[in-house]
Every structure is written in C-alpha cells, then in structure tokens.
Design a protein around this ligand. Structure first.
Ligand code: MN
Length: 368
C-alpha cells in the first residue's frame, strides 16, 4: 500500500484535513512526505493507528499537549503507560465535574427557591413562606489546638462559632502568624447577617483572598485553610492545602476534602497507591497553599454541601490525619457526646501516636 493523500488519510481516520494540518504544525502527527512543489501532505498507512488514537482522545476532550504524551507512550509500546495517562486525565475531569455539579445544583435550587419567596414575601402567617424558606439547622461546636510532643511551637490556628468552623496550619518562620491571619480574615463571616445564600460563596472567596493578602507580609511563610460556613441547611466549604474536612453520617466516615498535595495528585494519577501515600516521605509537600502570592493561580476551592440533622463534621490539620488512622477518627467522632469531647479525644489519639506535629481539631454536631 502506497502513501495516502491527506484526503484519503482524513477519510480513513475521521479527522478533518484542517485538523490534520494543525496536528502537523504541532508535531503531533507529521506527514511522512510533503511535496516540495505542491505542499501536499502524504501519510504512511502505519500512521493510521496513531491518528485513530488521536481522534478518540479528542473525543474525550483531552488537550492536544496531553494527547502527544499518550501517543508517544503508545508508539514506544508502553501501553500500560498510555492507559495510565488516560486514567489520570479522566480522574481530573471527574473531580472538576463533581465540584461544578455541586455548584450547579446549588444554583438551580437557589434560583427556583427565590421566585415564590419574592412573590409571597415574608408576611407573618403566610403559610407559603414555610414551603420555600430553608430549614435552619443549629450546630454545637468546639475547637482544640495542641502543640504536640515534638514541635517547639504551635503554628496551627482554629475557630469554631455558630456559623463558622475553620482550621489553618501555618508553615515557615512566620507560620503561626500566617495561620492566625488567615483565621482572622474569616472570623467576620461568623456574625455576617444571614443574607442570600448565593452571597455566601462570594463572601467566603473574598475572605480567602483577604487571608492571602494578610499572609503576604510573612516572607517565605504560608498556611493551609479549610473552613465551613453554615447557612440554613447548607454549608459552604472553602479549602486550600492539606487540612481535611470529614463528615460522619449514618455511622460512616466520609472525607469531604481533597488534599492539595503532590502525593495526592500522584494517587489520583495512579502513580502511587493510597497505602504508599500514607508513608511517603514527601507527603506534606503542598501543591496549593495561601502564601501571599498574587492571585496568579486558581481561585480557592469552594463547594456546597447539604447538611443533615445528626451530621458530625470534623476539620483537622495533618497533625491528626497523618498519624491517626481513619478507623480511629470514626470511632472517636461517633463515641463523643459533645463536640468538645470529640476534639479532646482526637487530640489524645494523636498523642497516643507520638504527636509529631501540631494537632488541631474543630468539630460541629448538627442538632438532630
Ligand atoms: Mn501540620
């Protein structure tokens, strides 16, 4: 079989001639011969396989640069490597989609709930309003922060109040100041008038930007920040770094946040098992943190969750999660009668495991 013209090649691969020219320019799929006089491109039959792979990867929305990497692995007969790249890409897509799905369902609910409420107003005795106003959940809360058995200072900071729960884990020479500044920036949210739920997300995002500004004064230092803000029956979650949020519901423990660490990214991409991650020497290396850098990177991760009566929430710094197994966390959260008991039990558990780092726990019980 001789060389294929670009038209024949396009037909066989279901890629357009225009796309093929683009892939040539990008070095993704080079014709084996370009006629020096006419400029016509010719492809070898052996290139069909790679071209078809490109076409399929385009259909799942993979960016061209990433497609190049997959194709190179495939051409080098590293099929397992190519498969791993596709899996890693798809894990990222699904994580992004999950976060957007939360926001979308929130917006749908928010927009459809506003309409009848605006029409019926908030007149006393108007029965319609009870249909559309969100149910207020009340929470009990407590926070405990502890230096641990090894560190000389405590660079963690925490806040627990009627509407706000927050934990920051500072690092660097001014880590304690950075963590405290981040918590201070959030604190006003606890007493913010419970306005429209949509404003809540903006308020949280603004507070995180303020926290980042506050951290800017502390050279070479930064902090993680994970916080929950309640409004009605919902809670908004803001998260940067490796401080974690857990939910205990119906006897099961769910991890609500995703660590912004190098190790977690490697697990997501299938390069490391979760078991290997636990003891990885660089598990504390953060991919994202509040470090005062210009908002060049991405906006803080903000998500919404529907809280339920009986839910128990825990925010904890890595001083807890790195040493206390999740089974023990579940047990302590479930056994404690009050948030304060839970926080103290968990800090005691960290001590039982040597408490190599500062440990901070903020706990909220949603009234049942
Ligand atoms: Mn820490």
């Amino acid at each position: 079989m001789g060389l294929l013209t670009i038209g024949a090649f396009a037909h066989a691969t279901r890629l357009s001639a225009k796309a093929l020219r683009r892939y040539d320019e990008l070095g993704l799929l080079r014709p084996v011969r370009v006629d020096p006089y006419s400029g016509y491109r010719y492809y070898a039959p052996e290139q069909l396989e790679r071209a078809r792979l490109v076409a399929w990867l385009r259909r799942i929305g993979m960016p061209l640069a990433r497609i190049g990497a997959v194709c190179d692995l495939y051409d080098a007969s590293d099929r397992a490597g190519a498969a791993r790249e596709v899996r890693a890409y798809w894990a990222r897509v699904e994580a992004d989609t999950a976060a957007r799905r939360d926001l979308a369902s929130f917006l749908v609910e928010h927009l459809s709930a506003d309409l009848p409420q605006a029409l019926s107003g908030r007149l006393p005795g108007n029965e319609d309003t009870t249909m559309t106003t969100t149910r207020e959940l009340t929470i009990r809360y407590a926070a405990v922060t502890d230096r641990g058995l090894v560190r000389e200072t405590n660079q963690d900071a925490a806040y627990a109040g009627e509407r706000l729960l927050a934990v920051a884990d500072g690092y660097g020479a001014s880590g304690a100041d950075a963590g405290a500044a981040a918590i201070e920036a959030l604190r006003p949210l606890d007493t913010m008038a419970p306005g429209r739920a949509g404003d809540l997300l903006n308020a949280l995002e603004d507070a995180v930007l303020r926290a980042n500004e506050a951290v800017r004064g502390h050279e070479e230092s930064g902090t993680t920040l994970t916080a929950m803000l309640w409004t009605g029956s919902r809670l908004a979650l803001v998260h940067v770094g490796d401080t974690r949020a857990y939910l205990l519901r119906d006897g099961r423990l769910y991890r609500v946040t995703h660590d912004h660490t190098v190790v977690q990214a490697m697990v997501d991409e299938g390069r490391l098992t979760p078991e290997e991650a636990v003891s990885h020497p660089q598990r504390a290396l953060l991919l994202r943190a509040l470090d005062g850098a210009e908002a060049s990177g991405r906006a803080p991760e903000v998500r919404l969750h529907e809280a339920r009566a009986g839910d128990r929430y825990l925010l904890c710094s890595d001083g807890l999660s790195a040493v206390v197994p999740e089974a023990e966390v579940l047990e302590a959260l479930a056994a404690a009668a009050t948030p304060s008991d839970a926080a103290h039990l968990l800090v005691a558990a960290a001590h039982a495991h040597g408490a190599p780092d500062n440990t901070t726990c903020a706990v909220a019980h949603v009234a049942g």
